[in-house]
Design a protein around this ligand. Sequence first.
Ligand code: DWN
Length: 429
Amino acid sequence: MPDDHPRCRSCGSDSLSVFLSLGKTPLADALVRTEAVDDPEERYPLEVAFCSECTLVQILEEVPPDRLFGRDYLYFSSFSPQLLQHSRENAFRLVHELGLGADSLAVELASNDGYLLRNFAERGVPVLGIEPAPEQATAATADGIPTLREFFTLEVAHRLRAEGRAADVIIANNVMAHVPDLNGFVAGMEVLLSDNGVISVENPYVRDLVERCAFDTVYHEHHCYFSCGAVDRLMRRHGLFLNEVTYFPDLHGGTLRWQMSRKEGYSEAARRHLDDEARLGLNEFAYYDGFGARVEKVRRDLLELLQKLRADGHTIAAYGAAAKGSTLLNYVGIGADLVDFVVDRNTYKQGLLMPGVHLPILPPEALLEHRPDFLLLLAWNFKDEIIRQQADYLAGGGRMIIPVPAPRILQDPSAGASPAHDRNREKRP
Ligand code: DWN
Protein backbone atom coordinates (compact mmCIF):
# COMPACT_ATOMS: atom_id res chain seq x y z
CA MET A 1 0.00 0.00 0.00
CA PRO A 2 1.54 3.39 -0.97
CA ASP A 3 2.73 5.43 2.03
CA ASP A 4 0.27 8.22 1.33
CA HIS A 5 -2.72 5.90 1.83
CA PRO A 6 -4.52 7.11 4.95
CA ARG A 7 -4.18 4.91 8.02
CA CYS A 8 -6.56 4.56 10.96
CA ARG A 9 -5.67 6.96 13.78
CA SER A 10 -6.29 4.25 16.33
CA CYS A 11 -5.19 0.87 14.97
CA GLY A 12 -3.10 1.91 11.94
CA SER A 13 -5.13 -0.20 9.53
CA ASP A 14 -5.57 0.91 5.90
CA SER A 15 -9.13 -0.46 5.87
CA LEU A 16 -10.75 2.99 5.82
CA SER A 17 -13.98 3.60 3.86
CA VAL A 18 -15.22 7.17 3.27
CA PHE A 19 -18.99 7.62 3.83
CA LEU A 20 -19.31 11.42 3.98
CA SER A 21 -17.60 14.23 2.06
CA LEU A 22 -18.30 17.87 2.95
CA GLY A 23 -15.95 19.33 0.36
CA LYS A 24 -13.09 21.72 1.11
CA THR A 25 -14.05 23.91 4.06
CA PRO A 26 -12.37 26.72 6.05
CA LEU A 27 -11.24 26.01 9.61
CA ALA A 28 -14.44 26.13 11.67
CA ASP A 29 -13.08 28.27 14.51
CA ALA A 30 -10.87 30.52 12.37
CA LEU A 31 -13.11 33.55 12.62
CA VAL A 32 -12.11 36.32 10.20
CA ARG A 33 -11.09 39.83 11.22
CA THR A 34 -12.85 42.46 9.11
CA GLU A 35 -9.54 43.96 8.00
CA ALA A 36 -8.53 40.53 6.67
CA VAL A 37 -11.79 39.82 4.80
CA ASP A 38 -10.06 39.87 1.40
CA ASP A 39 -7.17 37.67 2.51
CA PRO A 40 -7.18 34.09 1.17
CA GLU A 41 -8.65 31.59 3.68
CA GLU A 42 -7.15 28.14 4.07
CA ARG A 43 -9.58 25.40 3.06
CA TYR A 44 -9.03 21.71 3.67
CA PRO A 45 -10.88 18.56 2.49
CA LEU A 46 -13.42 17.30 5.03
CA GLU A 47 -14.04 13.57 4.49
CA VAL A 48 -15.26 11.10 7.13
CA ALA A 49 -14.29 7.42 7.04
CA PHE A 50 -14.99 4.21 8.96
CA CYS A 51 -12.23 1.77 9.95
CA SER A 52 -13.44 -1.79 9.47
CA GLU A 53 -10.59 -3.07 11.67
CA CYS A 54 -11.28 -1.18 14.94
CA THR A 55 -14.59 0.57 13.98
CA LEU A 56 -13.28 4.10 14.67
CA VAL A 57 -14.97 6.88 12.64
CA GLN A 58 -12.51 9.62 11.72
CA ILE A 59 -11.66 12.35 9.22
CA LEU A 60 -8.83 11.76 6.78
CA GLU A 61 -7.36 15.28 6.71
CA GLU A 62 -4.87 16.36 9.34
CA VAL A 63 -4.56 20.09 10.03
CA PRO A 64 -1.55 21.08 12.20
CA PRO A 65 -2.82 21.55 15.80
CA ASP A 66 -1.18 24.96 16.15
CA ARG A 67 -3.31 26.15 13.19
CA LEU A 68 -6.42 24.93 15.01
CA PHE A 69 -5.69 25.90 18.61
CA GLY A 70 -3.54 28.99 18.36
CA ARG A 71 -4.27 32.60 19.30
CA ASP A 72 -7.24 32.64 16.89
CA TYR A 73 -8.98 29.84 18.81
CA LEU A 74 -11.75 31.72 20.62
CA TYR A 75 -13.84 28.93 22.14
CA PHE A 76 -14.29 29.63 25.88
CA SER A 77 -16.19 26.98 27.81
CA SER A 78 -17.43 29.50 30.37
CA PHE A 79 -19.87 31.07 27.91
CA SER A 80 -22.22 28.13 28.34
CA PRO A 81 -24.17 27.94 31.64
CA GLN A 82 -25.31 24.41 30.75
CA LEU A 83 -21.72 23.25 30.29
CA LEU A 84 -20.63 24.96 33.51
CA GLN A 85 -23.36 23.19 35.51
CA HIS A 86 -22.61 19.85 33.86
CA SER A 87 -18.90 20.22 34.63
CA ARG A 88 -19.52 21.23 38.26
CA GLU A 89 -21.71 18.19 38.85
CA ASN A 90 -19.09 15.92 37.29
CA ALA A 91 -16.26 17.38 39.38
CA PHE A 92 -18.16 17.03 42.66
CA ARG A 93 -19.21 13.48 41.70
CA LEU A 94 -15.57 12.51 41.12
CA VAL A 95 -14.39 14.13 44.38
CA HIS A 96 -17.01 12.13 46.26
CA GLU A 97 -16.71 8.79 44.45
CA LEU A 98 -12.90 8.77 44.43
CA GLY A 99 -12.52 10.28 47.89
CA LEU A 100 -10.24 13.04 46.54
CA GLY A 101 -8.64 15.45 48.99
CA ALA A 102 -5.62 17.62 49.74
CA ASP A 103 -3.21 14.78 48.86
CA SER A 104 -4.84 14.10 45.48
CA LEU A 105 -4.19 15.60 42.06
CA ALA A 106 -6.87 16.33 39.45
CA VAL A 107 -5.55 17.00 35.95
CA GLU A 108 -7.62 18.26 33.03
CA LEU A 109 -6.32 17.91 29.48
CA ALA A 110 -7.46 20.87 27.35
CA SER A 111 -8.58 22.68 30.49
CA ASN A 112 -9.66 25.76 28.50
CA ASP A 113 -10.32 28.70 30.87
CA GLY A 114 -10.36 26.63 34.06
CA TYR A 115 -14.15 26.23 33.89
CA LEU A 116 -14.02 22.69 35.32
CA LEU A 117 -10.91 22.53 37.51
CA ARG A 118 -12.13 25.49 39.59
CA ASN A 119 -14.71 23.12 41.06
CA PHE A 120 -12.05 20.67 42.29
CA ALA A 121 -10.05 23.58 43.72
CA GLU A 122 -13.19 24.74 45.55
CA ARG A 123 -13.22 21.36 47.29
CA GLY A 124 -9.56 21.67 48.26
CA VAL A 125 -8.24 19.24 45.65
CA PRO A 126 -4.92 20.27 44.02
CA VAL A 127 -5.34 20.74 40.27
CA LEU A 128 -3.30 21.08 37.11
CA GLY A 129 -4.63 22.27 33.76
CA ILE A 130 -2.94 21.56 30.44
CA GLU A 131 -4.11 23.98 27.72
CA PRO A 132 -2.27 25.05 24.53
CA ALA A 133 -4.57 27.90 23.49
CA PRO A 134 -2.90 31.06 24.89
CA GLU A 135 -5.99 33.16 25.63
CA GLN A 136 -7.73 30.33 27.49
CA ALA A 137 -4.55 29.35 29.42
CA THR A 138 -4.09 32.98 30.45
CA ALA A 139 -7.70 33.23 31.62
CA ALA A 140 -7.34 30.03 33.69
CA THR A 141 -4.08 31.15 35.29
CA ALA A 142 -5.64 34.52 36.16
CA ASP A 143 -8.43 32.51 37.82
CA GLY A 144 -5.89 30.75 40.05
CA ILE A 145 -5.80 27.46 38.11
CA PRO A 146 -2.18 26.29 37.59
CA THR A 147 -1.99 25.69 33.84
CA LEU A 148 0.72 24.30 31.56
CA ARG A 149 0.42 26.09 28.24
CA GLU A 150 1.13 23.18 25.91
CA PHE A 151 -0.42 20.26 24.09
CA PHE A 152 -0.64 17.11 26.20
CA THR A 153 1.66 14.42 24.79
CA LEU A 154 3.39 11.26 25.98
CA GLU A 155 6.52 13.34 26.54
CA VAL A 156 4.64 15.78 28.79
CA ALA A 157 3.25 12.84 30.75
CA HIS A 158 6.72 11.37 31.33
CA ARG A 159 7.99 14.80 32.40
CA LEU A 160 5.21 15.22 34.94
CA ARG A 161 5.79 11.73 36.38
CA ALA A 162 9.52 12.46 36.57
CA GLU A 163 8.56 15.48 38.68
CA GLY A 164 6.66 13.10 40.98
CA ARG A 165 3.20 14.09 39.79
CA ALA A 166 0.68 11.27 39.22
CA ALA A 167 -2.97 12.06 38.54
CA ASP A 168 -5.67 10.49 40.71
CA VAL A 169 -8.19 11.67 38.14
CA ILE A 170 -7.63 12.76 34.56
CA ILE A 171 -10.47 14.59 32.83
CA ALA A 172 -10.35 14.91 29.06
CA ASN A 173 -13.57 16.48 27.79
CA ASN A 174 -13.90 17.35 24.11
CA VAL A 175 -10.21 16.83 23.48
CA MET A 176 -9.53 13.12 22.76
CA ALA A 177 -11.38 13.61 19.48
CA HIS A 178 -9.16 16.59 18.71
CA VAL A 179 -5.69 15.09 18.90
CA PRO A 180 -3.92 13.88 15.74
CA ASP A 181 -1.68 11.50 17.74
CA LEU A 182 -4.48 9.55 19.40
CA ASN A 183 -2.29 6.70 20.61
CA GLY A 184 0.31 9.09 22.00
CA PHE A 185 -2.45 10.90 23.87
CA VAL A 186 -3.88 7.73 25.43
CA ALA A 187 -0.40 6.37 26.21
CA GLY A 188 0.28 9.67 27.95
CA MET A 189 -2.85 9.32 30.06
CA GLU A 190 -1.74 5.83 31.10
CA VAL A 191 1.69 7.12 32.13
CA LEU A 192 0.26 10.07 34.07
CA LEU A 193 -2.45 8.04 35.85
CA SER A 194 -1.80 6.86 39.40
CA ASP A 195 -2.18 3.14 40.18
CA ASN A 196 -5.79 3.46 41.30
CA GLY A 197 -6.57 6.53 39.24
CA VAL A 198 -9.60 7.10 36.99
CA ILE A 199 -9.85 8.71 33.57
CA SER A 200 -13.06 10.50 32.58
CA VAL A 201 -13.42 11.28 28.87
CA GLU A 202 -16.38 13.05 27.24
CA ASN A 203 -17.01 13.46 23.52
CA PRO A 204 -20.04 13.72 21.24
CA TYR A 205 -21.38 10.23 20.49
CA VAL A 206 -21.06 8.93 16.92
CA ARG A 207 -24.49 7.28 17.22
CA ASP A 208 -26.07 10.73 17.67
CA LEU A 209 -24.03 12.11 14.79
CA VAL A 210 -25.73 9.54 12.56
CA GLU A 211 -29.17 9.28 14.16
CA ARG A 212 -29.61 13.07 14.49
CA CYS A 213 -27.91 13.75 11.16
CA ALA A 214 -25.61 16.14 13.04
CA PHE A 215 -23.14 16.40 10.17
CA ASP A 216 -22.34 19.99 11.24
CA THR A 217 -20.42 18.59 14.24
CA VAL A 218 -17.86 17.39 11.68
CA TYR A 219 -14.97 19.84 11.37
CA HIS A 220 -11.16 19.67 11.29
CA GLU A 221 -10.81 20.04 15.08
CA HIS A 222 -12.69 16.75 15.45
CA HIS A 223 -10.37 14.07 14.11
CA CYS A 224 -12.44 11.21 15.62
CA TYR A 225 -16.11 10.37 16.30
CA PHE A 226 -16.22 7.74 19.00
CA SER A 227 -18.35 4.70 19.67
CA CYS A 228 -18.01 2.69 22.88
CA GLY A 229 -16.51 -0.20 20.95
CA ALA A 230 -13.86 1.99 19.35
CA VAL A 231 -12.98 3.54 22.74
CA ASP A 232 -12.84 0.10 24.36
CA ARG A 233 -10.40 -1.21 21.73
CA LEU A 234 -8.30 1.97 21.85
CA MET A 235 -7.94 1.87 25.65
CA ARG A 236 -7.08 -1.86 25.85
CA ARG A 237 -4.18 -1.22 23.49
CA HIS A 238 -2.67 0.93 26.28
CA GLY A 239 -3.42 -1.23 29.32
CA LEU A 240 -6.54 0.74 30.25
CA PHE A 241 -10.06 -0.63 30.57
CA LEU A 242 -13.46 0.89 29.86
CA ASN A 243 -15.47 0.59 33.06
CA GLU A 244 -18.42 2.99 32.87
CA VAL A 245 -20.47 4.76 30.18
CA THR A 246 -22.93 7.61 30.85
CA TYR A 247 -25.13 9.21 28.18
CA PHE A 248 -26.01 12.92 28.10
CA PRO A 249 -28.58 13.33 25.31
CA ASP A 250 -28.79 17.13 25.55
CA LEU A 251 -25.08 18.00 25.77
CA HIS A 252 -23.45 19.03 22.49
CA GLY A 253 -26.14 17.15 20.58
CA GLY A 254 -25.54 13.87 22.43
CA THR A 255 -22.42 13.19 24.51
CA LEU A 256 -21.02 10.07 26.09
CA ARG A 257 -18.80 10.01 29.16
CA TRP A 258 -16.43 7.04 29.19
CA GLN A 259 -14.69 6.20 32.46
CA MET A 260 -11.52 4.10 32.42
CA SER A 261 -9.00 2.69 34.89
CA ARG A 262 -6.28 0.05 35.16
CA LYS A 263 -8.87 -2.44 36.41
CA GLU A 264 -10.90 -4.52 33.94
CA GLY A 265 -14.68 -4.70 34.31
CA TYR A 266 -17.77 -3.24 32.63
CA SER A 267 -20.65 -1.65 34.52
CA GLU A 268 -24.14 -2.70 33.43
CA ALA A 269 -24.50 0.54 31.45
CA ALA A 270 -21.17 0.00 29.69
CA ARG A 271 -22.15 -3.56 28.78
CA ARG A 272 -25.54 -2.35 27.52
CA HIS A 273 -24.00 0.34 25.31
CA LEU A 274 -21.58 -2.15 23.79
CA ASP A 275 -24.38 -4.66 23.17
CA ASP A 276 -26.62 -1.96 21.64
CA GLU A 277 -23.85 -0.90 19.28
CA ALA A 278 -23.33 -4.49 18.14
CA ARG A 279 -27.06 -4.97 17.63
CA LEU A 280 -27.53 -1.66 15.75
CA GLY A 281 -24.49 -2.28 13.55
CA LEU A 282 -22.15 0.54 14.64
CA ASN A 283 -19.32 -1.97 14.19
CA GLU A 284 -20.15 -2.35 10.48
CA PHE A 285 -19.75 0.03 7.51
CA ALA A 286 -23.39 -0.50 6.46
CA TYR A 287 -24.56 1.57 9.46
CA TYR A 288 -22.80 4.65 8.04
CA ASP A 289 -23.23 3.94 4.34
CA GLY A 290 -26.44 5.92 3.68
CA PHE A 291 -25.49 8.90 5.86
CA GLY A 292 -24.07 10.99 3.03
CA ALA A 293 -27.35 10.93 1.11
CA ARG A 294 -29.27 12.00 4.23
CA VAL A 295 -26.88 14.91 4.72
CA GLU A 296 -27.29 16.01 1.10
CA LYS A 297 -31.09 16.03 1.60
CA VAL A 298 -30.73 18.29 4.68
CA ARG A 299 -28.58 20.61 2.58
CA ARG A 300 -31.19 20.85 -0.18
CA ASP A 301 -34.14 21.20 2.20
CA LEU A 302 -32.50 23.88 4.36
CA LEU A 303 -31.40 25.92 1.34
CA GLU A 304 -34.90 25.67 -0.15
CA LEU A 305 -36.52 26.76 3.12
CA LEU A 306 -34.26 29.81 3.55
CA GLN A 307 -34.59 30.81 -0.11
CA LYS A 308 -38.40 30.64 0.12
CA LEU A 309 -38.47 32.70 3.33
CA ARG A 310 -36.32 35.37 1.70
CA ALA A 311 -38.41 35.28 -1.50
CA ASP A 312 -41.47 35.89 0.69
CA GLY A 313 -39.78 39.04 2.01
CA HIS A 314 -38.72 37.71 5.42
CA THR A 315 -35.45 38.60 7.16
CA ILE A 316 -33.20 35.90 8.67
CA ALA A 317 -30.39 35.97 11.25
CA ALA A 318 -28.51 33.13 12.94
CA TYR A 319 -27.62 32.28 16.54
CA GLY A 320 -24.24 30.90 17.62
CA ALA A 321 -20.87 31.58 15.99
CA ALA A 322 -20.22 27.92 16.70
CA ALA A 323 -17.72 25.69 14.96
CA LYS A 324 -20.67 23.53 13.90
CA GLY A 325 -22.29 26.67 12.55
CA SER A 326 -19.30 27.24 10.30
CA THR A 327 -19.58 23.72 8.85
CA LEU A 328 -23.33 24.17 8.27
CA LEU A 329 -23.08 27.61 6.64
CA ASN A 330 -20.23 26.61 4.35
CA TYR A 331 -21.48 23.15 3.36
CA VAL A 332 -25.07 24.33 2.70
CA GLY A 333 -23.92 27.58 1.08
CA ILE A 334 -25.63 30.07 3.38
CA GLY A 335 -24.23 33.57 2.84
CA ALA A 336 -25.30 37.19 3.10
CA ASP A 337 -27.91 36.60 0.38
CA LEU A 338 -29.87 34.57 2.91
CA VAL A 339 -28.71 35.48 6.43
CA ASP A 340 -27.97 39.06 7.55
CA PHE A 341 -25.85 38.41 10.67
CA VAL A 342 -24.95 35.91 13.39
CA VAL A 343 -25.23 36.65 17.12
CA ASP A 344 -23.07 35.16 19.87
CA ARG A 345 -22.56 35.83 23.59
CA ASN A 346 -18.85 35.18 23.39
CA THR A 347 -17.42 38.69 23.43
CA TYR A 348 -14.16 37.44 21.86
CA LYS A 349 -16.15 36.48 18.73
CA GLN A 350 -18.21 39.65 18.40
CA GLY A 351 -17.03 41.99 15.67
CA LEU A 352 -15.46 39.16 13.68
CA LEU A 353 -16.81 37.34 10.61
CA MET A 354 -17.84 33.69 10.19
CA PRO A 355 -15.27 31.63 8.29
CA GLY A 356 -15.82 31.30 4.54
CA VAL A 357 -19.21 33.04 4.33
CA HIS A 358 -18.04 36.15 6.24
CA LEU A 359 -21.32 36.82 8.04
CA PRO A 360 -20.82 39.50 10.75
CA ILE A 361 -20.98 38.34 14.38
CA LEU A 362 -22.94 40.67 16.68
CA PRO A 363 -24.00 40.55 20.37
CA PRO A 364 -27.37 38.82 21.02
CA GLU A 365 -28.86 42.25 21.78
CA ALA A 366 -28.89 42.83 18.00
CA LEU A 367 -31.90 40.50 17.82
CA LEU A 368 -34.10 43.02 19.66
CA GLU A 369 -32.60 45.90 17.73
CA HIS A 370 -33.12 44.40 14.25
CA ARG A 371 -35.90 41.88 15.05
CA PRO A 372 -35.23 39.45 12.18
CA ASP A 373 -38.33 37.44 11.27
CA PHE A 374 -36.45 34.13 11.58
CA LEU A 375 -33.47 32.92 13.60
CA LEU A 376 -31.47 29.94 12.33
CA LEU A 377 -30.10 28.10 15.39
CA LEU A 378 -26.51 27.23 14.49
CA ALA A 379 -25.98 26.35 18.18
CA TRP A 380 -29.05 24.06 18.10
CA ASN A 381 -27.47 21.98 20.88
CA PHE A 382 -28.29 24.87 23.24
CA LYS A 383 -31.86 25.28 21.91
CA ASP A 384 -33.57 25.20 25.32
CA GLU A 385 -31.13 27.67 26.85
CA ILE A 386 -31.45 30.02 23.89
CA ILE A 387 -35.26 29.84 23.90
CA ARG A 388 -35.27 30.84 27.55
CA GLN A 389 -32.71 33.59 26.95
CA GLN A 390 -34.50 35.00 23.87
CA ALA A 391 -38.02 35.07 25.30
CA ASP A 392 -38.43 38.76 24.38
CA TYR A 393 -37.36 38.16 20.77
CA LEU A 394 -39.83 35.26 20.52
CA ALA A 395 -42.60 37.20 22.27
CA GLY A 396 -42.15 39.88 19.62
CA GLY A 397 -42.98 37.37 16.89
CA GLY A 398 -39.51 36.03 16.11
CA ARG A 399 -39.42 32.42 14.89
CA MET A 400 -36.59 29.87 15.26
CA ILE A 401 -35.34 27.43 12.64
CA ILE A 402 -33.72 24.16 13.74
CA PRO A 403 -31.44 22.79 10.98
CA VAL A 404 -30.95 19.15 12.01
CA PRO A 405 -31.96 16.31 11.94
CA ALA A 406 -34.31 17.91 9.39
CA PRO A 407 -34.83 21.67 8.83
CA ARG A 408 -37.96 22.88 10.65
CA ILE A 409 -39.49 26.07 11.95
CA LEU A 410 -40.06 25.77 15.69
CA GLN A 411 -43.81 26.09 15.98
CA ASP A 412 -44.30 26.77 19.65
CA PRO A 413 -41.06 27.70 21.44
CA SER A 414 -43.10 28.27 24.61
CA ALA A 415 -43.24 24.46 24.64
CA GLY A 416 -39.72 24.92 26.00
CA ALA A 417 -37.31 22.09 26.39
CA SER A 418 -37.80 19.08 24.16
CA PRO A 419 -38.20 15.87 26.21
CA ALA A 420 -34.77 14.47 26.96
CA HIS A 421 -34.03 11.84 24.38
CA ASP A 422 -33.12 9.18 26.91
CA ARG A 423 -32.17 6.03 25.07
CA ASN A 424 -31.60 4.28 28.32
CA ARG A 425 -35.34 3.77 28.57
CA GLU A 426 -36.47 3.93 24.92
CA LYS A 427 -38.16 0.85 23.42
CA ARG A 428 -35.62 -1.31 21.63
CA PRO A 429 -36.36 -1.81 17.91
O1 DWN B 1 -15.27 20.31 20.50
C1 DWN B 1 -15.71 21.45 20.63
C2 DWN B 1 -17.13 21.68 21.00
C3 DWN B 1 -17.46 20.80 22.17
O2 DWN B 1 -17.31 23.04 21.34
C4 DWN B 1 -14.84 22.60 20.44
N1 DWN B 1 -13.73 22.18 19.56
C5 DWN B 1 -15.51 23.79 19.83
C6 DWN B 1 -16.90 23.92 20.32
O3 DWN B 1 -17.73 23.64 19.23
P1 DWN B 1 -18.90 24.65 18.96
O4 DWN B 1 -18.33 26.01 18.79
O5 DWN B 1 -19.78 24.11 17.86
O6 DWN B 1 -19.58 24.52 20.36
P2 DWN B 1 -20.74 25.22 21.01
O7 DWN B 1 -20.43 25.23 22.44
O8 DWN B 1 -21.99 24.55 20.56
O9 DWN B 1 -20.78 26.73 20.47
C7 DWN B 1 -21.85 27.48 20.95
C8 DWN B 1 -21.60 28.92 20.54
O10 DWN B 1 -22.76 29.62 20.95
C9 DWN B 1 -20.42 29.50 21.30
O11 DWN B 1 -19.74 30.45 20.48
C10 DWN B 1 -21.08 30.22 22.47
C11 DWN B 1 -22.40 30.63 21.90
N2 DWN B 1 -23.49 30.71 22.86
C12 DWN B 1 -24.24 31.87 22.88
O12 DWN B 1 -23.96 32.81 22.14
N3 DWN B 1 -25.27 31.96 23.76
C13 DWN B 1 -23.78 29.64 23.66
C14 DWN B 1 -24.83 29.73 24.55
C15 DWN B 1 -25.18 28.58 25.45
C16 DWN B 1 -25.60 30.94 24.61
O13 DWN B 1 -26.55 31.08 25.40
